[in-house]
Design a protein around this ligand. Structure first.
Ligand code: AMP
Ligand code: GLY
Length: 433
């Protein structure tokens, strides 16, 4: 197959990496791609946001499968444009991508499907929203509550309020326009206590198969403190997702949603990312994302031993075979994100990263590029999150040691990383020993 991957981050680099290990792939392209992919893929000279141009390009290059990395192009309808032209695309239609694009729609589907989740309400009016907040606090005796913008707000539209006053202030901010159109509707929901993990599935419109679990560190600072980011590190598998819990998530949190989406006339094809809270009353759904996670992809995909593009092609055509399954290595993978100093706030662009080659040759280590540019043979950092350094180990401790050994070889004074990625899983491991 000739395969095109759309995107330019670490997740897409990990997709390139897993496709490169497949015997089914002939030519591999990325649009726009990044310099780290150049060993394994060709960069496509096409603007993937221009659907007409993209379709023509795919036809010219005889592309058999397109894999879309991020949510924005999906919400924008790239999968529809490709499928309408008869090109297999692994990613949901514009209508199905609403599962991430609108929290209110997601909640509607979750309720229709009977998926266990936090109780909640959706509001377009501040007074009604505040009323609900006060009533819930009285009813539950817990003043903690969660306030979310309905639309996409780059991960910033979620306020975990400790008090009713804080929640009401968040409502005012959202309706006051702080998040633009994303905040014209707000969702208020129960605060769930527990351990959070992500579970991934490959969906063909009817059926889902599991594709690994992971946990990430969203805060910029050690000990999970400071500002929220897109993710400073991950590890896979998530220890809290034992086989039984994962099966339960598939059967009660994922499969029923697929059936509800199909009934709705919006069959879901693509990676489905279930954000799950494992509470004392069992696993509950926090949210769906209509794509792989990043940096979750950077730890799960290196563990895949199946021919992944073949499975994605089957799923894209709506026909995963009955015995289809993703095989994963027993090893643990851990990814440390290296970011530009200052991230997630202002940071300098164009600083040079040296000694990357010394890491590329380490066994069981992969360097995924997320925000780099090559200029006259020099590798420059041009993004906030710049590199993902993933290592495999027999357990999370060994994976962590190897990942930091690799990080320490990289010469980039203007970059930084967290030094405690995996701490929760390591504490659990030490407790069990
Ligand atoms: P979301 O963008 O909906 O995934 O929310 C971002 C983060 O906020 C999640 O990953 C959780 O850590 C946290 N969160 C969201 N909803 C809840 C909830 N109902 N209870 C507790 N934490 C939550
Ligand atoms: N790491 C979280 C995400 O991809 O949304």
């Amino acid at each position: 197959m000739n395969v095109l991957i759309i995107g330019s981050g670490g997740r897409e680099h990990a997709l390139v990496d897993v496709c490169r290990r497949s015997d089914s792939v002939a030519q591999l392209y990325a649009a726009p791609g990044n310099p780290g992919m150049l060993v394994d893929a060709r960069l496509a000279d096409v603007d993937a946001d221009d659907h007409k141009a993209l379709v023509a390009w795919c036809q010219q290059r005889q592309i058999d499968l397109v894999i879309v990395g991020a949510e924005a192009p999906l919400v924008d309808g790239v999968a529809d444009a490709l499928r309408d032209a008869g090109i297999a695309c692994f990613g949901p239609s514009k209508a199905a991508a609403e599962l991430e694009g609108s929290k209110a729609f997601m909640k509607e589907m979750v309720v229709k499907a009977g998926v266990p989740t936090a109780f909640h309400g959706s509001f377009t009016d501040a007074a009604a929203a505040k009323n609900y907040i006060r009533r819930q606090a009285e009813k539950t005796g817990d003043s903690r509550i969660v306030v979310k913008t309905d639309g996409l707000a780059a991960g910033k539209g979620v306020i975990l309020a400790d008090t009713t006053a804080e929640a009401e202030a968040a409502v005012d901010e959202m309706f006051g326009g702080k998040f633009g159109a994303a905040g014209q509707k707000v969702v208020i929901e129960e605060f769930l206590d527990g351990e959070e993990a992500s579970v991934f599935a490959i969906c063909d419109g009817e059926r889902a198969i599991l594709c690994g679990s992971a946990q990430d560190h969203k805060r910029v600072g050690e000990g999970d403190t400071g500002l929220n980011t897109g993710g400073m590190g991950t590890y896979s598998p998530a220890p809290v997702m034992d086989h039984k819990t994962e099966q339960h998530v598939l059967e009660t949190l994922i499969q029923p949603a697929l059936e509800a989406m199909k009934k709705e006339g919006k069959p879901y094809i693509g990676f489905l990312f279930a954000g799950v809270m494992v509470t004392k009353d069992g696993a509950k759904l926090l949210e769906y994302n209509v794509r792989f996670g990043d940096p979750e992809a950077q730890v799960i995909l290196p563990r895949v031993t199946s021919d992944l593009p073949l499975l994605l092609k089957q799923a894209a055509e709506g026909k995963l075979s009955q015995d289809a399954a993703v095989a994963l290595s027993d090893k643990t993978a851990l990814c440390v994100v290296m970011a530009s100093k200052g991230y997630p706030e202002a940071y300098r662009k164009g600083t040079e990263i040296k000694a990357l080659a010394s890491v590329a040759s380490l066994p069981d280590v992969r360097v995924f590029h997320a925000g780099t540019k090559e200029e006259n043979g020099r590798m420059l950092a041009v993004g906030g999150r710049v590199l993902g350094i993933t290592a495999l180990g027999s357990d999370v401790l060994q994976a962590q040691q190897r990942a930091y050994e690799a990080v320490d070889k990289i010469d980039w004074p203007e970059g930084f990383c967290r030094r405690d990625i995996g701490w929760r899983a390591i504490a659990r491991l030490k407790q069990a020993a």
